[in-house]
Design a protein around this ligand. Sequence first.
Ligand SMILES: [Zn+2]
Length: 446
Amino acid sequence: MLAPSLKNERAQYAITVDARRRVIADATVVVDGGRITHVGKAEELRDVAAERTIDATGGVLTPAFVNGHMHISYAHAVRGLFPDDFVGRDRLREVFRLQSAMTEEEEYWTSLLAVIELTRSGTLTFVDPGSTRYLDACLQVYAEAGCRVVTGTTVIDLDSDLALPRCPTAEALARTDGFIRAYDRRLQGRLRAWAMPFSSDTSSSDLLRGCKRLAVTHGTGMTIHHNGGSTRMLEEVGALGSNVLLAHAAGIEDSEVEAIARTGASVVMCPSTSLKEGSGLGKRKLPELLARGVAVALGADSANSSNYLDAVRMMNAAALGFKDGRLDVHVVPAEQAVEMATLIGARALGLESDTGSIEVGKSADLVLFETRRAEWRALLDPVNNLIYSADGRSVRTVVAGGRVVVDEGRVVFADEAAVADRVQELGEGLLARTRTRVNSGRWPVE
Ligand SMILES: [Zn+2]
């Protein structure tokens, strides 16, 4: 069913992220059949008719945001469980212990709450790096929310201290192949199924090579948790390439930046996770990767590691974290932060032709910020205010493929308060069932 035509009229600014990176003052954007049909000055598009018109006066229009690494399920049930200093491998072991205990019902409701949080702050495209176990239950959420999802099934074939389902190489490859065949291009093409070996230290070279081969055969992609020191090995086994997205890329060196650029692979970094773990965000090679033309997306990782899913705060963390870490105000300017969460992020996911900018012909994936609010004024430079003053709570309208999914700040596909209550209840049940001690922080709770 096609969405009705829609006119966003008289936005104070539209940040298009088009080829010329135009910021249009007094802008109108019209969509029809789920696609953008007109982008321009309000005056010039005054006579273009649409079935619904949104008065965007005092608003800023942007492309919907892209999140390149988002463990979508589970975390909302136990958010805030880990104290500040519970980090690294200890935290990961606990994450996977809890996640492996999730029921289908828990996964459905936590995924729904995560999608509500993402959508309400303007994100419509995300990569779930293979951690969803009951995808069929979650497909309903994705269908109603209108989001665009890259997903897969995590496979490992080496020993690990994490509660991940290890299986023989041939079986891991068969599972990957079956998953891609079953799910790729579902949801009218909005779902892409990728190969998702968990990491290079839990995957044999045969598994890595095989996963990459499956991604090529099926015309899809592959993502993997990536650490510095393993880039050369990935290149040697043929597991890098233009359809590969490396997650985190912590601790990579300049020679590894070169290998990534040479092979055309993409990277996703999670600035808020790095900052929260005190792991030296500013030392990461993000500016060097971008300078070499590598598409770098931003990711929110998980609601229990970063912990927010708000793309605006994520962009802010990237823009500030690298300036501070490098003691250099020239790195990651506001415009570059916007690019990573929109067009460049979409490029990293192989979705650039469809989303990531406000251009005629692209999917109508749009965000309208309400800027008649204290944190947005004075509004002199919309990119500057978006990155340094605002956050996702000022999102007024979100349009997904031409369909309004956030209207006056509320998602239209679910009752947020009711879902929040349900997840609270399920989370308490999960903690009790898994005999997990709840750390209530440093202050007494009475
Ligand atoms: Zn991850």
